[in-house]
Design a protein around this ligand. Structure first.
Ligand code: ATP
Ligand code: MG
Length: 584
């Protein structure tokens, strides 16, 4: 995976190879004129997003969601949300709920014609069981008594064929009886297994009599204790697709070798009369690999369990719930997915593509505000005590329709907060901000001239002094008489909202934290979260959870929650205005 997509090299919204396939099918009418089991007309293409409810969705799943729902939207089709819940042990209602929530939040809808197209694979267990019986009856499946180890040992290798199980040629009657006994709970987990009878010498290992049904005495979140046999994923998935009349079953490249078995199951079961043609077809695309994150559910769980992060929705997590708390918008995530397209080749997408999509989404629409993150006192010595003057600034950026009409108002007074980095006692070359003798504009306020600073016993600057020019106020005719290079943001110290701001950064310093079996915990960024008390423009006191602002010169910040004790909003930094990782 050598080719990396970097920020600044954003391809045009992708017309990907899947679109080519779908357009050809639509032109040929491959799936035209179909009806469902109730005789209702079906759309000309149907896709699905099939998560297993065993964890939280992450940015990689967002890719699959955008692709499947996006294609259905663009081609007059529909997309099903299907819980692939055929594995009783790992699945849970909690995950079903969060997945539903995340897909909705991303802006997709599985309702069509007043019908919710939300399905559970576990509701198809009867059909899957009947399908397995049909295969046995036709001599296409058999109950094997070999242990898992024996099966592994007789499977052969890529260069050598496997060997037939001693149970391979038992009669259909005997297999049917044993399969019923498996279902009836007469056998222990792992003691018997149902296998498809295909070809133990097939060059495709997946066709060497793959297991299709296994015994698991476990309670299932949907079917309870009704079943103690469960279908294997590779057998269940094509049946789920066929039952839902899926036309284009889109999955990631790892499943390419499974496609012949997918086709085998559907062809055999349609021969048995279970399914009508045209059958669903599987297509594979390269999964989304983003640098600087990990997406393995097991490793993400480790981050949560070991309290390296504060839970699945920690703003540093690549989960949808985490990205949402971080300040990501559904529009930004969809934009990133569109920009990265879908391809047949694995590659890495640089994390800056995701951040760039967020900036591009927020820049034209986020309300602006002022925040001083590293405060230093600025005293306007010639400004009257106990006096303030109202300043005004547009809420929205210039291109926004409300730019001219919506203004925010905040006072300027004698004592202000500015950023520590906006003063230098001895300026470096090209420094245009405050230093003794220099004039700058206090944005939306007055032009001031720096006169000096106060220091503590250790020589640290603790306050900066200046004088203001009363006729220089922004928005008044006099302001044009002043030409200054520096334009600083500030907050009135007497009026500032002092509140908690979390400065988040990437969780890992290594672009490929777990590549090649590396220990991802060695790549943790020690500065991925810094909690500060910042001085904010007083209007932000009314900010509500979920609202996203651009703090001028700093970046985009979202209200995480309202602190219960202080009743003040707490902010998370979503992303800085500029990419600070480019040179690294
Ligand atoms: P598991 O290891 O538990 O199977 P999973 O990430 O594959 O993890 P699923 O719930 O099976 O989880 O995934 C649902 C769908 O999301 C699948 O169709 C899968 O191909 C797709 N998907 C998962 N990760 C990515 C990714 N990084 N890029 C694109 N699609 C993905
Ligand atoms: Mg999976």
């Amino acid at each position: 995976m050598s080719n990396e997509l970097k920020n600044g090299h954003v391809p045009a919204p992708s017309t990907n190879f899947l679109r080519g396939i779908i357009e050809a099918d639509l032109a040929a009418g491959t799936y035209a004129g179909r009806t469902d089991s109730q005789g209702q007309a079906l759309p000309p293409m149907v896709t699905r997003f099939p998560p297993e409810p065993n964890g939280y969705l992450h940015i990689g799943h967002a890719k699959a969601i955008c692709l499947n729902f996006g294609l259905a939207r663009d081609y007059g089709g529909r997309c099903h949300l299907r819980f692939d819940d055929t594995n009783p042990e790992k699945e849970d209602q909690e995950f079903v709920d969060t997945i539903i929530d995340s897909v909705k939040w991303l802006g997709f809808d599985w309702q069509q014609d007043g019908k919710p197209h939300l399905y559970y694979a576990s509701n198809y267990f009867d059909t899957m069981y009947a399908g397995a019986q049909a295969l046995i009856r036709s001599g296409l499946a058999y109950v094997d008594e070999q242990s898992a180890d024996e099966m592994r040992a007789t499977r052969g290798t890529l260069t050598e064929p496997g060997t037939d199980s001693p149970w391979r040629n038992r009669t259909a009657e005997e297999s049917l009886r044993l399969f019923e006994e498996m279902r009836d709970g007469k056998h222990a987990d792992g003691s018997l297994i149902l296998r498809a009878k295909i070809d133990m010498a097939s060059p495709n290992m997946n066709l060497r009599d793959p297991a299709i049904y296994r015994i698991r005495h476990a309670t299932h979140h949907n079917t309870g204790d009704k079943w103690c046999v469960y279908p294997m994923y590779a057998f269940a998935h094509p049946i789920e697709d066929a039952l839902e009349n899926i036309s284009h079953s889109i999955c990631t490249l790892e499943f390419e070798d499974q496609r012949p078995f997918y086709d085998w199951v559907l062809a055999r079961l349609s021969d048995e009369g279970l399914f009508k043609k045209p059958l669903p077809h599987q297509y594979e695309f390269a999964r989304l690999n983003l640098t600087y994150i990990i997406t393995s559910k097991r490793k993400l769980k480790q981050l949560v369990d070991e309290k390296i992060v504060d839970g699945w929705d920690d703003p540093r997590m690549p989960t949808i719930v985490g990205l949402r708390r971080r300040g990501y918008t559904p529009e930004a995530i969809r934009l990133m997915c569109d920009r990265t397209g879908a391809s047949k080749n694995n590659s890495w997408i640089d994390y800056s593509i995701l951040e760039g999509a967020l900036r591009d989404d927020l820049d034209p629409k986020a309300p602006r505000a002022v925040a001083v993150l590293r405060p230093l006192k600025l005293i306007i010595d010639n400004f009257p005590e106990n006096h303030s003057v109202e300043c005004s600034a547009p809420v929205y950026p210039p291109a926004h329709p409300l730019h001219d009409s919506e203004h925010r108002r905040f006072p300027i007074s004698k004592n202000l907060w500015i950023e520590q980095e906006d003063f230098m006692e001895v300026p470096t070359k090209g420094y245009f901000r405050l230093f003794p003798g220099n004039k700058v504009r206090l944005r939306y306020g007055y032009v001031v001239e720096c006169t000096g600073c106060d220091k503590d016993a250790n020589g640290n600057v603790i306050a900066v002094h200046c004088n203001y020019f009363e006729d220089s106020k922004s928005g008044t005719p006099g302001s044009a008489n002043y030409k200054v290079k520096g334009n600083l943001h500030w907050v009135s110290a007497d009026h500032a909202l002092h509140t908690e701001v979390r400065l988040y950064d990437r969780l890992f310093t290594d672009a490929h934290p777990d590549a090649g079996g590396k220990d991802f915990k060695l790549a943790l960024n020690p500065n991925s979260r810094e909690v500060i008390e910042a001085c904010l423009e007083p209007t932000l006191n009314a900010a509500k959870p979920g609202e996203i602002y651009q703090f001028e010169r700093h970046g985009y910040f979202v209200v995480d929650h309202i602190d219960a004790a202080s009743d003040k909003p707490v902010f998370n930094r979503a992303v800085t205005l500029k990419d600070s990782w480019v040179a690294k």
